[in-house]
Structures are given as structure tokens and as C-alpha cells.
Design a protein around this ligand. Structure first.
Ligand code: C2E
Ligand code: CA
Ligand code: CA
Length: 756
């Protein structure tokens, strides 16, 4: 019996050593705790083995020491292991207690050979064999208390963890708890039963091996199984599993619903699938296909995927088929596609999509003669501002309807921008006369509001064999339209040589601008501004281009071009600088008069007007009050810039702000309450009307009076006759400007005439 037990213990020791080495090599962080624990478990077993085989007192004493100190190591490393395994972090002070207890116990054992406080050994005879039995003293009781105490702590740790953890995960805690309790119980039995052979050592060995397995190799297969089948069941895709013979062995709920069979009725699965999807290759895995069931709005889009399942050795264990319903995605994609290619308001193609479609058509259909049409709603922003956004949208919709009604089946059309449409016109079908008539009668009405909307139509005739460049075609049609932008008579315009030459001309003078500014070909002329007594109070700086070839160019010949391409900012900055230079020169000569400069509405888009003006004034060292700033009325109506803030900033800095061309647009006096200007420049057009039209004269009178009330000075420009001057004077106008006093003059002439 003794020999057999010894042999078994020896086998355990060997197995534990192997486990310990493997644990050390493990990549898992728990590995070293396992190794420590096993290295703690081995000594008690070795100690017992020695005790079992020894017949000598000294060797037996050695066995006891190994046994007891090993027990200390075992419980201590078990506690550390339990912390790591159960993933708990006790406070530091709590961790210290077992350290102190174990050290004190080791200390007692160290003193035992001299003081005999722990134990000694007594020879007894078992089955005619000499055997040394333990004689415990007080120190040994202390050892047991410590060992049991720590063991109890371990049991508590595992028990709480196992209870707190969800059932499917707690298996690994229960196993270790159970086996450690069994080992502990057997040990207790050995201690108290006084039997000579410590069979609990067998439990120790088993415990060590269990720990090694559960901590390092255990995979909760039941859990994995549950999780995987849970995932498969919860998948929105229909799933079918087939064994190697091709028989269906499982399907999830969506799979069942798709083919409409009873739960667990796997026999008809293949036939049902074949019925729905036609021939399906159940035999080979590794294929996928898209398939549509039904047609039209009812259509159901699916993705089928067949895969082979293999075991670890790569042997096929079956196949599975997944069927995903992608109808929503497909519809969403179609919707997105539609939205990205169609304008939401009109349902028309977007610009990009139209360009693409036209290009395709022009390349594929070379037999038809096509033209490109660019249709623009004039003053659309004004319509929006004055009649409201709703009316603006209605206008766009009506224009879209108008296009749809008028075009032939071969036409393509789309919305190019907020206020413009593009059309590919079949030349044969297009007759400009009726179109012109229809456009000129285009009105939009909403309830009791009716408005005649001005539409311009630019056409680019594509010549045969011309290189296809859709954006360029539209650019040309648009440029042609721009040429008639203000006309109420001409509504349809063809891009022709004249327009082409004009465009070339525009490019030419744009290229010349830089040099023209540097060499002062671009320079201000001054037109006097006088008060009621005809005394000079200031001048307006009006740009002139003294061109080496073309002679004196008035602003009307180049300002609109530079406003279109943004070069206006260069012209205006230059003009402002010139005005400041003149003012600085006047300052030196003691001349008190001011100069008004013009700001183009487009300047606000191309530069920070306020800081630019400040910079120029600072550099020239003049008083900002001498530089008056003219902002046209039309700027006040655009939402894109915060004109109230800009005017506020300008006035705060000391500029006097004038509203230019008042009355030319659709502004109302009402607006003046919100926009804080110092001077109102009444447009000369207004004045001219007033001669013919008494009513207009009455309006001017009122404007002047109301401005007075608001503390705003009025300046009338375009005064040409003494009669006009007198009438305006009677109406209470403060300042005057016009040919009656003087035309705009070159600076030196102006100075000669007014200062000498
Ligand atoms: P505006 O600011 O309304 O300037 C007044 C225009 O009326 C000037 O035309 C002036 O010569 C003209 N004018 C003055 N008195 C009379 C008159 O009694 N009868 C008639 N029929 N016309 C008169 P101009 O110099 O041809 O300038 C035209 C427009 O060009 C200006 O209108 C202004 O909007 C723009 N402009 C002129 N200089 C500049 C500039 O430096 N920058 C910017 N952005 N625009 C400028
Ligand atoms: Ca002006
Ligand atoms: Ca003006």
C-alpha cells in the first residue's frame, strides 16, 4: 500500500513539474500564477513522499519541514492565484496580512530545531515498518490556524466570484472551488483522523492539474456553442446549415420565415429554396450571387452566399447558405442615386447629371442636330426678396413646367443653378418665334399676386464635327444670355461671332488691367458736388481708363466686365488710394473739401472692404471724414453680406457713408430706418422722371422730407439744368451734382477750375 501510494505520488509530482514548466511558458498572464501555485503544491507532496519512505528520524524531520513549509507556500500562492484568476484587487494593507503571517510561521519553523516550539517526530511501527509520526506543539497549531485562515479567504474569494458571475461563465470558478475544498477537506480528515498515510496528497496533485487545465486550457465550449447559435438565431439574414450529404440540419427563424415552413421541419428546405430562387448549387460552397424576387415596387433584392465549413484538419463538415434581404439598402441606394442626380424642387436632372447625359447623347446620336439652351430667370433674387421664398419656389416650378411642356421627346433638360435651366434642344423641333412669344408672356400667379417674370434664353448652336465640351457649350449660351440680361425686348439670343468677339475683348482688357493700374492709365476724374449756393463742398471720384489705343474709356465699358471676373477689387483699391493721395495733397494745401469714392457691390465678395479702406486711409494720414464712401442701394438688399455691420464699422471709424443710386432699385424709405447712412444720393433717373411725371416729383419731395426727419442729408445727382436745380432747392435738397455744375474732370483741370 505504502509503495503503491508512493509510486502514485511520484507520478503526480512528475506531472505537476511538467504542468509547471508549461505554465511558465504560457503566453497568458495567469501562467506565472499557475506556475507559482503548482510549485507550491509540489513540496507538500514531496515531503509526504519522504515521510512515507523514510525510516530515519532526521530524514523524517526533513520530510516534515518540506511538508509544512510547502503547505505555507501552497496556501500563499493559492491566495495570489485566486486574486488573479477571479480578477479582484484587494487593498494593499489586506495583501500584507498573509505576508506577515506566513513570514512569522516560517520564522517559528526556523526556531524549531533549537526551541522545539512547533513539532517533533516519534517513531511508531506500522505493518512492521518503522514510521515517524508527528508530535505537534503550540507552533504547529499556529501554523494550522494560518493555513486554514488563508484557505478560508481563498474559498470566500472563489465563492463570491462564482455566485456573482452569470451561470454560463461561472463553471471555471466552481470547479476550482470544489477541488480545492475537497483537497482541504481530505487534508483536515488526515490531520484529525490520525491515520498515518496522507491520502489528501492525491487530491493536492489532482487539484494542481485541474488548476493548470482550467486556468490555461479551458474553453467554455458550452458557452461558445450557446453564443454562436444565439448569434446565428438573432441574425437578420436567413441561414441554413447542411451536412456533408447536403441535408438541411438547421435554419434560423428568418430562414424559416423566408421559405415559410414549420419550425424544425428541415426536409422541405431544399425544395422550398429551389422553388423560390430557382436552381441552387447545394453541393459546392464558395459561391455568391445577387437575385431579385418579384418585380416593380414589390421587388425583393437578395444576396445569396454559400460557404463550406471545415474542421481543424480542413475536412469539410458541411455547408451553410446565407440569404440577405438587401431591398432596403437597394431602395435607399436608388433613392440616393435619384436625389444626387435630380433637383428636389423640380425633379429635374442636376447640372452634373445633365452634363453627363448630354455628353452621352451627343456622342451616341450623331445624326440629330442639337443646340444647347440656357434659360435664366432674370432678377430671381429680387423676386425672392420682394415676394417671398414661396413665390420664388413657385416661379422655379412654373418655369420647369414651362420647359417640360415646350420640349420635344428628344430633349434633355435639367436645373443648372438657383435661377437657370439647361436644355439640349433638337434643332429641327425648335422654332424661336413661338418660344419667344411664350416667354414674353410668362407670368406667375399665386392667389391674388401676379407677377410677370422676365426670362432670357441663350442658345449655343453646336456645329457639326465640333469637339464635344458640354460645360463650354453651356458657358457660351450663358455668356450670350448675359449680353441681354437687362433687356425686356430681346429674350432669346444666339451665341455668335459678335458675342465671341466681345468675350475675347473682355479677356483682352482683363489681361491689360495690371499694367493699366501700374502705369496710371486707370485714374480718377473728379466731379464737383456743391451746396444750395453753388459753393463747392467736395467731389466724386469717377474712374476713367485712359487707354493707349482706345482713348478715354468710361467706366461703363469695363466696370461690368471686372465685376463679373472679380478684378473690380483691384480697380477700386487703386481708386481709393488715388483719392486718398489727392486728399493728402489737399490737406497740405489747406483745402477742406471731401472726396466720395465708389464701392462696387462685388467688392464685398472679393475683399474685406472695411479693413482695406482703413489701411489705405492710415497709410495716407488723412482724416477719414474727408473720404466719403458710396455704397449702392442694391447692396442693401443682398442677404449674403451683413451690410448693417459693415456700414456701422465704417461710420465708427469716421467715414461718412452715402447710399448711392437711391430710388433706382426697389428699396423703400422704410429700409433707411434699419440702415444707418449719413447721405442719400438720389438717382438721376428718378429726377428725369420727375420732369415728366408730377407724381415722381412728389415722391422726391417726400424722400427729402423724410430723410430730414431721419437726420440724413440728401444729394441729388444728375442735375443738368438750372430749372432742375431750382426745383430741388425748393424741395429742400442739400447737395447737388451734375453736368449743370460740371462734368467729371481730370484732377488738374478740376483743381484749376475750382481752386484757382
Ligand atoms: P454713379 O456712381 O452713379 O456715378 C454717377 C454717374 O453719372 C457718372 O457716370 C457721372 O459721370 C454721371 N453723371 C454725373 N452728372 C450727370 C448728369 O448731369 N447727367 C448725366 N447723364 N450723367 C451724369 P460715370 O462716370 O460714367 O460712372 C458710371 C458709373 O460707374 C457710376 O455711377 C458708378 O456706378 C460706376 N463707377 C464710376 N467710377 C467707379 C469706381 O471707381 N468704382 C466703381 N466700382 N464704380 C465706379
Ligand atoms: Ca457714385
Ligand atoms: Ca449714383
Amino acid at each position: 500500500m505504502r509503495i503503491l501510494l508512493a509510486a502514485v505520488l511520484f507520478v503526480f509530482i512528475t506531472a505537476l513539474v511538467v504542468c509547471m514548466i508549461l505554465s511558465l511558458r504560457s503566453k497568458k498572464s495567469i501562467g506565472r500564477y499557475v506556475a507559482c501555485l503548482i510549485s507550491g503544491v509540489i513540496p507538500p507532496i514531496v515531503g509526504n513522499l519522504i515521510l512515507m519512505l523514510s525510516t530515519n528520524h532526521t530524514i523524517s524531520m526533513l520530510g516534515f519541514y518540506i511538508y509544512f513549509l510547502g503547505m505555507d507556500a501552497t496556501v500563499y500562492s493559492l491566495l495570489r492565484f485566486s486574486y488573479a484568476y477571479c480578477e479582484i484587487k484587494p487593498p494593499k494593507w489586506l495583501k500584507r496580512i498573509p505576508d506577515i503571517l506566513i513570514i512569522s510561521d516560517v520564522f517559528l519553523y526556523a526556531l524549531n530545531p533549537i526551541l522545539h516550539v512547533s513539532f517533533s517526530a516519534k517513531k511508531i511501527m506500522v505493518d512492521a515498518h518503522a514510521y515517524y509520526k508527528l508530535v505537534p506543539y503550540a507552533g504547529q497549531t499556529y501554523h494550522r490556524v494560518i493555513a486554514y485562515g488563508i484557505f478560508l479567504a481563498v474559498v470566500i474569494v472563489f465563492l463570491t466570484k462564482a455566485i456573482k458571475t452569470p451561470k454560463i461563465y461561472s463553471e471555471k470558478y466552481w470547479v476550482i472551488l470544489f477541488s480545492s475544498v475537497v483537497a482541504g477537506a481530505l487534508e483536515t480528515y488526515y490531520i484529525f483522523s490520525k491515520i498515518t498515510l496522507d491520502i489528501s496528497m492525491l487530491a493536492f496533485g489532482i487539484f494542481g492539474i485541474l488548476v493548470y487545465y482550467f486556468a490555461l486550457h479551458y474553453r467554455p465550449m458550452k458557452l461558445l456553442d450557446k453564443m454562436l447559435s444565439g448569434i446565428a438565431s438573432d441574425m437578420p439574414d436567413a441561414l441554413y446549415f447542411f451536412d456533408t450529404s447536403g441535408k438541411c440540419i438547421w435554419m434560423n427563424e428568418p430562414g424559416r420565415l423566408l421559405i415559410g415552413t414549420l419550425p424544425n421541419d428541415y426536409d422541405g428546405v431544399r425544395d422550398n429554396l429551389t422553388f423560390l430562387f430557382g436552381n441552387i448549387d447545394f453541393e459546392s460552397g464558395g459561391w455568391s450571387k445577387k437575385q431579385t424576387l418579384g418585380t416593380g415596387d414589390e421587388a425583393q433584392y437578395t444576396n445569396l452566399l454559400m460557404r463550406t465549413l471545415t474542421d481543424d484538419d480542413g475536412k469539410a463538415t458541411g455547408t451553410y447558405l446565407s440569404i440577405r434581404d438587401v431591398t432596403d439598402e437597394q431602395n435607399e441606394m436608388k433613392r440616393e442615386m435619384y436625389n444626387s442626380t435630380h433637383d428636389s424642387l423640380t425633379g429635374f436632372y442636376t447640372k452634373e447629371y445633365l452634363y453627363e447625359a448630354i455628353e452621352k447623347r451627343l456622342r451616341s446620336d450623331t445624326d440629330t442636330d442639337y443646340m444647347i439652351g440656357y434659360m435664366e430667370i432674370s432678377n430671381f433674387k429680387v423676386i425672392n426678396d420682394v415676394f417671398g421664398k414661396r413665390f420664388g419656389e413657385l416661379t422655379i416650378k412654373k418655369a420647369a413646367e414651362f420647359i417640360m411642356e415646350g420640349v420635344s421627346s428628344k430633349c434633355l433638360y435639367g436645373r443648372l443653378s438657383e435661377d437657370a435651366f439647361g436644355i439640349l434642344i433638337d434643332k429641327e423641333d425648335f422654332n424661336s418665334k413661338p418660344v419667344d412669344e411664350k416667354i414674353s408672356g410668362f407670368t406667375v400667379s399665386d392667389k391674388d399676386l401676379e407677377h410677370h417674370v422676365l426670362i432670357h434664353y441663350g442658345i449655343y448652336d453646336i456645329t457639326e464635327g465640333e469637339e464635344i465640351d458640354v460645360p463650354l457649350f453651356f458657358d457660351s449660351a450663358r455668356l450670350a444670355t448675359a449680353k441681354i440680361a437687362d433687356s425686356y425686348q430681346t429674350l432669346i439670343v444666339y451665341y455668335d461671332d459678335k458675342i465671341r468677339n466681345e468675350i475675347i475683348h473682355e479677356q483682352l482688357i482683363s489681361n491689360q488691367l495690371h499694367e493699366a493700374i501700374e502705369t496710371n492709365q486707370i485714374r480718377p476724374f473728379l466731379q464737383p458736388i456743391v451746396d444750395g449756393k453753388g459753393i463747392l463742398v467736395g467731389a466724386e471720384a469717377l474712374v476713367r481708363w485712359v487707354h493707349p489705343d482706345d482713348g478715354l474709356k468710361p467706366p461703363g465699358t469695363f466696370i461690368p466686365i471686372f465685376e463679373r471676373n472679380g478684378l473690380i477689387a483691384l480697380v477700386d483699391k487703386h481708386m481709393w488710394k488715388c483719392a486718398c493721395d489727392i486728399l493728402s495733397n489737399w490737406k497740405e494745401r489747406g483745402i477742406e473739401q471731401f472726396i466720395s469714392i465708389n464701392i462696387s457691390p462685388k467688392d464685398f465678395y472679393f475683399m474685406d472692404v472695411v479693413s482695406e479702406l482703413k489701411k489705405i486711409v492710415e497709410e495716407s494720414g488723412i482724416d477719414p471724414v474727408k473720404l466719403r464712401v458710396e455704397i449702392t442701394e442694391s447692396v442693401m438688399m443682398t442677404d449674403a453680406i451683413d451690410i448693417v455691420k459693415i456700414i456701422g464699422d465704417l461710420r465708427e471709424y469716421g467715414f461718412i457713408v452715402e447710399m448711392d443710386d437711391f430710388g433706382s432699385g426697389y428699396s423703400s424709405l422704410n429700409m433707411l430706418k434699419d440702415i444707418p447712412v449719413d447721405v442719400l444720393k438720389i438717382d438721376m433717373q428718378f429726377l428725369r422722371d420727375s420732369e415728366r411725371n408730377l407724381k415722381a416729383g412728389y415722391i422726391i419731395k417726400n424722400i427729402i422730407r423724410m430723410s430730414e426727419d431721419l437726420g440724413i442729408d440728401t444729394l441729388t445727382e444728375g442735375v443738368e439744368t438750372a430749372a432742375q436745380f431750382e426745383r430741388l432747392f425748393d424741395m429742400g435738397c442739400k447737395l447737388y451734382q451734375g453736368y449743370y455744375f460740371s462734368k467729371p474732370l481730370p484732377v488738374d483741370e478740376f483743381e484749376k477750375q475750382w481752386f484757382d
